[in-house]
Ligand binder design. Structure first.
Ligand code: PBG
Length: 331
């Protein structure tokens, strides 16, 4: 009695109503975080390796923020594009209180106080060599000096009024140092979204074009601080350290090639866990879509649902505005 013909799983798949009843994972706009590139120029500028994604002036950013709020996307993540002449060996532009990122945060929080704003804490947009930290004479990223710089950067974002700082640099000990400094300065409500399991991935290529760090980085890589794509236990170790140091949320990055990591992190720790569908994932999908090889709406929603099904509480995605529109149309 326990199998065919009595058991027919297809019965539940026969009609839309019973498919809806047994659906486990439902993607909503609450699951989306929209990463945006901000530049010092006027207007918008296309990013050739990310068709459909543009660098935005602060005025354009405010327009996009209005759309995001209207679509009930909970938060934006800001990525400033630094002019080459503002980059330096010590990345001092990163904690300039009048820097692009800090001005963008102030403008957003003034106009849209209810929209969550996330800033990236990492030095790569500001270093002349494109690495996420300060280098010693041999080109190695010096951990503790870099952490001191990251603390200054995070404090300047908090002073500008950011809701969430997101250290994406993978230095040891940075979450604890940033948390301690935020406490001392009275920013007790500033949340930390730790890029805890950030892999040394080749899927970040188009992002580096977008922020202009690709040419600075040249052939160098980030393998001495970002994780080896072959590892999973190391991801759990990193997450446990970041939580102990005071992270409120953790992130796995990239997204779809790393959904097994998302699942392990969520099962092991049960804390707010996010995944980043990174630039390479976006460009890969978009290239196939623009060739007419994949159906955009179906594939994008499937990819995002899969990341949520794996255990993510939310996904950073360059498709956020479109996805939120499609989800609204479905209702
Ligand atoms: C900077 C940073 C990177 C991304 C987010 N923050 C690039 C890198 O580490 O080289 C990548 C995001 C994407 O590819 O969409 N530390």
């Amino acid at each position: 009695m326990s199998s065919y013909p009595y058991v027919r799983p297809r019965r539940m798949r026969r009609d839309e109503f019973s498919r809806r009843l047994m659906r486990e994972t439902v993607l909503t706009s609450n699951d989306l975080i929209y990463p945006v590139f901000v530049h010092e120029l006027e207007g918008r500028e296309a990013i050739p390796s990310m068709p459909g994604v543009e660098r935005l002036s602060i005025d354009e950013l405010l327009r996009v923020a209005e759309q995001a709020s209207e679509l009930r996307i909970p938060a934006l993540a800001l990525f400033p594009v630094t002019a080459p002449e503002a980059k330096s060996l010590d990345a001092a532009a990163a904690w300039d209180e009048d820097g692009l990122c800090q001005r963008a945060v102030r403008a957003l929080k003034r106009r849209f106080p209810d929209l969550g704003v996330i800033t990236d804490v990492a030095l790569d947009p500001y270093t002349s060599h494109g690495q996420d930290g300060l280098l010693d004479d041999y080109g190695y990223v010096i951990n503790d000096l870099t952490v001191e710089a990251l603390v200054k950067q995070a404090l300047s974002h908090a002073a500008a009024g950011v809701d969430i700082v997101a250290p994406s640099d993978m230095m040891d000990g940075r979450i604890g140092e940033i948390r301690g400094a935020l406490e001392v300065e009275g920013y007790i409500h500033t949340r930390i979204l730790a890029y805890s399991a950030k892999y040394a991935s080749a899927f970040y290529g188009p992002f580096r074009d977008a922020v202009g760090s690709a040419s600075a980085l040249g052939k160098a890589d980030k393998k001495t601080y970002q994780m080896d794509p072959a590892n999973t236990d190391e991801a759990l170790h990193e997450v446990s350290l970041d939580l102990a140091e005071g992270a409120d949320m953790v992130m796995v990055k990239p997204g779809m090639p790393y959904v097994d990591i998302v699942r392990r992190v969520k099962e092991e720790f049960g804390v707010p866990t996010f995944a980043y569908q990174v630039s390479g994932e976006y460009s890969m999908l978009k290239a196939a879509i623009l060739n007419g090889w994949l159906d955009e709406r179906a594939c994008v929603l499937e990819a995002l649902t899969s990341i949520k099904r794996a255990g993510a509480d939310g996904v950073l995605t360059y498709f956020a505005l479109d996805a939120a529109r499609w989800l609204r149309e479905q209702d």
